[in-house]
Design a protein around this ligand. Structure first.
Ligand code: SF4
Ligand code: SF4
Length: 413
């Protein structure tokens, strides 16, 4: 770990009001400043890696809201994640972690097979029955929460349905490689289908390599840097085989990770070139806002937008999604209070830390209610899962959509 990054913290506290866990607890140990101080004390040999210390650090969502607020460029979330990675690297992965992060996540075929029982569970009506009878209350809490988060699955993963090459509609302006995120393909396939349609309508030939693998974000979350690098290398080699102008993704988490490949492989030109081409879909669409506006048809809707942490804080993208929504004729845009505050999803945080996750989600839902919006738009699968569950429980009248789904709806008229 780079010690300089730790001592850059001047303890001003400007990050505190932006940290979701501090806002809920007002505890220094649950603040970015406190977390940086704890990691620094361990590095300086003044503090042991006790259970209590690890518990404090594990409450961090790695949302990086602190990094957006810090005048000294300190990123407490990233420092905590790096600390966890180093610790896990020294310890080695446990059996279950190895099974999930090395044997399942990097293999799209296995991931898809693992969803078959879930699809059968839904299609046979068993899920409805299980939920009605409250049977899940008899199972361990994490399992009950995971089941509760599961939305209706598409018939098939998008990776199995789309063609590797989608031609441009009309005059071709360029070629993009599409990075199809695992969760987007498995669960939110309609959103990624809409993304491809929008790109093609704007004159891009879209190449979606079928052999691409997970971006590596779950490995990073699990402290498995080696696994992340292996997946990154595979993706870099695959996409380097195509002559593309950009590599586009509609998954905030994937985009943030793909943009870091160059950093993971220092002095590797191929990795740096890959990362330099990565664009969130909102960035690319916003480049063609005039043409897009001319194609969009009216939607009489009141819409608000939740900034995914991986898009706003990790990639610094805030204006483009709003700009795109405002292109839709008839749409009334309503800004959400604390729009860039985490929703409490944060990978598997909503399973591992249910109490804190629920408190953070409640704040988000209260703000959505106050916005009076009919549609909530966001662009990250983790947020979509978390907010879908929250809205279904408390605000069923509010519809949740991915940015590209709403734009494609306006495109279709
Ligand atoms: S992390 Fe940054 S904003 Fe927070 S206390 Fe340290 S210097 Fe100040
Ligand atoms: S990453 Fe998020 S939860 Fe962690 S310290 Fe920073 S603001 Fe707080």
């Amino acid at each position: 770990m780079d010690y300089v990054k730790l001592i850059n913290c001047m303890r001003c506290g400007m990050c505190l009001p932006h940290c979701p866990t501090y806002k809920e607890t007002f505890l220094e140990t649950a603040s970015p400043r406190g977390r940086v101080a704890l990691v620094r004390k361990v590095q300086e040999g003044e503090l042991d890696q006790s259970e209590r210390l690890l518990e404090y650090l594990s409450l961090c969502l790695d949302c990086q809201a602190c990094a957006s607020a810090c005048p000294c460029g300190v990123n407490a979330g990233e420092l905590v994640a790096e600390f966890t990675c180093e610790r896990k690297g020294a310890q080695g992965l446990g059996f279950m972690e190895d099974m999930i992060l090395r044997q399942l996540v990097p293999h799209p075929d296995r991931l898809e097979s693992s969803m078959v029982p879930m699809r059968a569970y839904q299609k046979t009506g068993l899920q409805k029955l299980v939920r009605k009878l409250g049977i899940l209350k008899m199972f361990p809490k994490p399992l009950e929460r995971m089941e509760g988060l599961l939305p209706e699955l598409p018939k098939r993963p998008l990776r199995q349905e789309i063609r590797e090459i989608t031609p441009a509609v009309g005059k071709e302006r360029g070629t993009v490689g599409f990075f199809l995120g695992c969760v987007m393909s498995l669960i939110f396939s309609e959103a990624s289908r809409a993304t491809i349609q929008l790109l093609s309508s704007l004159g891009y030939r879209v190449i979606t390599p079928k052999n691409q693998v997970c971006c590596g974000a779950p490995n990073m979350l699990g402290g498995d840097l080696e696994g992340l690098k292996s997946e990154a290398r595979t993706n870099i080699d695959i996409f380097s085989g195509y002559d593309v102008d950009f590599i586009v993704t509609d998954c905030g988490g994937c985009g943030a990770e793909l943009k870091k490949y160059g950093h993971h492989f220092e002095d590797d030109g191929k990795a740096a070139a890959f990362s330099a081409k990565v664009r969130d879909i909102s960035q690319l669409l916003a480049m063609h806002s005039d043409e897009l506006q001319a194609m969009l048809k009216p939607l009489d809707l009141q819409v608000t937008y939740h900034d995914p942490c991986h898009i706003a804080h990790c990639q610094g993208i805030r204006s483009q999604p709003r700009q795109l929504l405002k292109l839709i004729p008839g749409l009334q845009y309503r800004e959400l209070a604390e729009a860039d505050a985490c929703c409490g999803s944060a990978g598997t945080y909503n399973i591992a830390k249910p109490e804190m996750s629920d408190r953070i989600l409640q704040r988000k839902l209260d703000n959505i209610r106050a916005s009076n919006a009919e549609v909530l738009v966001t662009s990250n699968p983790g947020c979509l899962l978390q907010l879908k569950k929250g809205l279904a429980d408390q605000l069923p009248e509010v519809k949740l959509m991915h940015l590209t789904e709403l734009l494609a709806k306006s495109l279709a008229g």
